[in-house]
Design a protein around this ligand. Structure first.
Ligand SMILES: NC(=O)CC[C@H](N)C(=O)O
Length: 318
C-alpha cells in the first residue's frame, strides 16, 4: 500500500472500528503471561486500540479505558528519563544492538561480559534503572519516571499497581539473577535487590490504552506532545528511542514486527504495544494473550492491519 493514503479522522474512526470488530471475532488469542501470578488473572478476551493523532484527538475502540500493566513498555519511559538525566554516558552501561534472544535471557550477558545488548531487554532495563539510581533513591527515581509518564500523557491518573509489583517481587528470580550477574561485572553499582525492586515497580505502572497512546506522542512528534505541542525531550533523543524501538522493541520478534508493521514499537508481557507513526499518531494497543516470543498476539495482528489500511510506515515516502 502507498504511504500517501493520508486518512482523515473519519477514515481513522472507520479503520479503528473495523479492526476492533475483527479482533473481537478472533478465537486464537495467545496465552496470558503467568510467570507473574498477578498477570495470569487478566481476562484474555480484552482488546483495545487507541490512536493519539496529530490533530490532538484520541480515536479509540474496544477496552480503551481499562487499565492494564504496561510491563516492559515502561522501559521506554525509563530510558527517556535516564537519557534526560545522564545523557550519552548511559551508553557505557548498555548497548544498542538487537539481541535475537528472549527478553529475560542470561546467556548473552556472560559472553559479553555483563554488558546488556540494549535497553529494552530485561538486563538492559535493569542497567538503565541502576543508572537512574546513581542520581536518585528508589522512591525518588520512581517518582521521576511516574511524573514523566503523567506529563507526557497529560494525565495524573496514572499509578503503579502495588499488587503487580509485589507479585513480581515474589517471583522474579530470573531478574534477580540478571541483576546479580551484572553487579558482579560492575555494570550495575547499587545493591541488586534495590535495583530490581525499583525495576519491578516501574514495570507495574498501570494505564489505559488511551493513556498509553497519549503517552507515546512525544515519540511521534519529534520529542513534543503534538506537532505544535510542548517539548518533552530533545528531537535527537526521540529519534534515537524510535530507532531502538524499531530494532529492539519486540525482543527476538523485532525483525518480524518491523517487517510486518514497519513502525517503531515496544511490547510488554501485560499484552500492550506502544507503536509510533512519526508525524501521524502514537498508538496504544492491548490484548493480554501473548505469542511464543512474549509479544501480544492480537495487538501484533491489529497493528499490521492498521499499517496496511493507513499506509503508515517509517519506510514509506511522506
Ligand atoms: N517482557 C516484559 O514485559 C517483561 C517485564 C517483566 N517485568 C519482567 O521483567 O519479566
Amino acid at each position: 500500500m502507498s504511504g500517501r493514503l493520508n486518512p482523515d479522522a473519519a477514515r481513522l474512526r472507520e479503520i479503528v472500528d473495523e479492526i476492533c470488530a475483527a479482533m473481537a471475532r478472533e478465537t486464537e488469542r495467545g496465552k496470558v503471561a503467568d510467570y507473574i501470578p498477578q498477570l495470569a488473572k487478566v481476562d484474555p478476551g480484552r482488546f483495545a486500540l487507541a490512536l493519539a493523532t496529530a490533530e490532538g484527538e484520541v480515536i479509540a475502540g474496544g477496552d480503551a479505558d481499562v487499565r492494564f500493566s504496561i510491563q516492559s513498555i515502561s522501559k521506554v519511559f525509563a530510558l527517556a528519563v535516564a537519557l534526560g538525566r545522564i545523557g550519552d554516558q548511559l551508553w557505557t552501561r548498555v548497548g544498542r544492538e538487537p539481541s535475537g534472544d528472549p527478553f529475560n535471557s542470561i546467556v548473552q550477558l556472560e559472553h559479553e561480559r555483563g554488558l546488556p545488548r540494549n535497553p529494552f531487554i530485561n538486563a538492559g532495563a535493569i542497567a538503565v534503572t541502576d543508572a537512574i539510581l546513581s542520581r536518585f533513591e528508589p522512591r525518588e527515581a520512581l517518582g521521576q519516571i511516574l511524573q514523566f509518564v503523567r506529563y507526557i500523557a497529560d494525565d495524573d491518573d496514572i499509578a503503579i499497581d502495588p499488587a503487580v509489583a509485589k507479585s513480581e517481587t515474589e517471583s522474579g528470580w530470573r531478574n534477580a539473577a540478571l541483576a546479580n550477574f551484572m553487579r558482579d561485572f560492575g555494570t550495575i553499582q547499587r545493591h541488586p535487590e534495590k535495583v530490581i525492586g525499583t525495576y519491578f515497580h516501574h514495570c507495574a505502572i498501570a494505564m489505559t490504552p488511551r493513556q498509553l497512546a497519549r503517552a507515546g506522542r512525544f515519540l511521534a512528534f519529534d520529542g513534543k506532545l503534538g506537532p505544535e505541542g510542548p517539548r518533552a525531550i530533545a528531537p535527537r533523543m526521540a529519534r534515537q528511542i524510535n530507532a531502538l524501538m524499531l530494532t529492539c522493541g519486540h525482543y527476538d520478534g523485532s525483525g518480524e514486527f518491523a517487517f510486518r508493521v514497519g513502525l517503531p514499537g515496544k511490547s510488554g508481557v501485560g499484552g500492550g504495544i506502544l507503536a509510533v507513526a512519526p508525524g501521524q499518531a502514537a498508538i496504544g494497543c492491548w490484548s493480554p494473550g501473548l505469542n511464543a516470543v512474549g509479544n501480544s498476539h492480537l495487538a501484533s495482528i491489529a497493528l499490521e492491519m492498521l499499517a496496511d489500511r493507513t499506509g503508515w510506515s517509517v519506510f514509506a515516502p511522506k
